[in-house]
Design a protein around this ligand. Sequence first.
Ligand SMILES: [Zn+2]
Length: 162
Amino acid sequence: MREVNDERKAVRIDAGVLAAIHAEAAAAYPNEGCGALLGRSTGGRRVTASLPVPNTEAGTPRMRFEVAPRDYLAVEDEADRRGLALLGFWHSHPDDTARASKTDRAYAWEGLLTVIVSVPGGAPGEVIAWEILGPDEPFTPVPIEEGSTGAPVTVLSPFPAS
Ligand SMILES: [Zn+2]
């Protein structure tokens, strides 16, 4: 029993990290972008950094993403170096909602967040965090608290264009 799997536990994502994820999701459009989420796992999950991870899914990069084993290991090394925990991965859904797909569920790992960013027409929009509470469980949404405001929200509005 790991504390991280307590039900209905929110995740706090620092505003700068959310902005970076939005920027990377827009840059990757019309392909899926993806990255790793690093931060603190004890005393409430808090994402303090994101690391870009190359999308190595060569066949259909618009439809799904894949993290190569070497990139996964590099991410864990970098987390260790920074004294942070790997909390999960984010990826974008170009021209689709932030709902998790069957493929997303098949690739989900217990204990790691799956954060999805909707990118309709190239402009990043809603962000939803998902997790599974057991190997055979469906995805459940995880409330996201934006670091700077602390207001708990499940779905975040698009950032204003700059
Ligand atoms: Zn997906």
